[in-house]
Write a protein that binds this ligand. Structure first.
Ligand code: PLP
Ligand code: COI
Length: 364
């Protein structure tokens, strides 16, 4: 039986002036809407107790499983306000499907995709006043699930909590949509074969933080991981997938061979690429190919993509090789193909062009 996520009990919403003040400069992941969706799963009763309530702190026992063994997964998607005031989601069915793939890897229960989408839709519908209408701003939605059982034995939790919260946001990077510099890590790894790299689980992000700190110390915005075995093959960034554009019109991206996240933006970019004369090559890309390609101007553009980052141009890569710090600048730091793909993607998301793939769905 599907879950309706009723609103219980009604809570007061923030005054319109307070919402307007926050939406004028929301930042990323700082402010949260008035409500949250929640449901509980137990081995005995399955999913139950679905509801939308006022945004509040969760009560979790100190012995709650997630605090000890990190059994947690999450998703990220956005709601967009169009010129006519309507509010739309972008490919929420893909997030629902990936949530279940992540759940499978982390031995969390499957959540029927329709329940995932209902929880998201209901929350956005109820909190629609929080969807900004300014350019490049949207409502970031964060569904997550974790083991909430009180038990210190190492096994899958028999009680699990599902929550959806939402946060109005502007661009993910502080500099907005300008080219970023990326640190390539050739010592720390995010994920290895057989590990959890393809799951959207909190542990992957915890594992990426030290490399992220190194990146910041190197004056870079994010880290690009290489494979754990040889540190020779490009994987993905801490929170984004990566693409390269070649001078002969190829769009290269590493394959999702179990260690990287199967990004929904990545999938969308690959679907749009032929419209801009780009031939997609999803195949292993070595660090040597990247660096030599920039040197010879065969690799002309690079960008990172994800729900939070949308499509963010990469201006330069920095790394340490044989004890030396080196920097490689892209011939086109915000090149025409990156700009074309970005414009088309955001135009679809904000309903400014035909949605020929049927990716968008109206909520309010
Ligand atoms: N890779 C990682 C590690 C991410 O956290 C994200 C963001 O969700 C992505 C890639 C891009 O995925 P998507 O486009 O589905 O947001
Ligand atoms: C997203 O784009 O949804 C992500 O999960 C990235 C996150 C690091 C903010």
């Amino acid at each position: 039986m599907s879950m309706p996520f009723p609103l219980v009990p009604e809570v007061a919403t923030a005054p319109a002036e307070e919402i307007a003040r926050i939406l004028s400069d929301p930042g990323f992941g700082i402010h949260f809407t008035d409500h949250m969706a929640q449901a509980t799963w137990t081995e005995a009763a399955g999913w139950h107790d679905d509801r939308i309530e006022g945004y509040h702190a969760l009560a979790l026992a100190p012995a709650g499983a997630v605090l000890h063994y990190g059994q947690e997964i999450f998703e990220g998607l956005k709601a967009y306000r169009r010129h006519d005031g309507s509010v739309w989601l972008f490919r929420p069915d893909m997030n629902a499907a990936r949530f279940n793939r992540s759940a499978d890897r982390m031995t969390l229960p499957q959540l029927p995709p329709e329940d995932f989408v209902t929880a998201v839709r209901r929350l956005v519908e109820i909190d629609q006043a929080w969807v900004p209408d300014a350019t490049e701003m949207s409502l970031y939605i964060r569904p997550f699930m974790f083991g909430s059982e009180q038990f210190l034995g190492v096994r899958s939790a028999a009680e699990v909590t599902f929550v959806v919260i939402a946060s109005p946001c502007g661009p993910y990077f502080a500099d907005g949509v300008s080219p970023v510099k990326i640190w390539i890590s050739t010592d720390l790894s995010r994920a290895g074969q057989g590990g959890t790299g393809a799951a959207k689980c909190g542990g992957n992000y915890a594992a990426s933080l030290l490399a992220g700190r190194q990146a910041h110390r190197q004056g870079c915005s994010q880290v690009l991981f290489t494979d754990a075995a040889d540190h020779e093959w490009l994987e993905e960034l801490g929170g984004m997938n990566v693409f390269l554009v070649t001078s002969d019109g190829r769009l290269l991206t590493p394959p999702t061979s179990g260690t990287i996240l199967d990004g929904i933006t990545r999938d969308s970019v690959m679907a749009l690429a032929p419209q801009f004369g780009l031939t997609v090559q999803e195949r292993p890309i070595s660090l040597s190919e990247l660096l030599a390609g920039i040197g010879s101007q065969d690799v002309v553009e690079a960008f990172a993509c994800g729900t939070a980052a949308v499509i963010t141009p990469i201006g330069a890569f920095r790394l340490e090789r044989e004890g030396q710090i080196e920097e490689f600048h892209l011939p086109s730091p915000f090149g025409p193909k990156t700009a074309d793909l970005r414009r088309r993607l955001v135009d679809i998301q904000w309903g400014r062009t035909t949605d020929q793939f049927g990716w968008t769905t109206r909520v309010a």
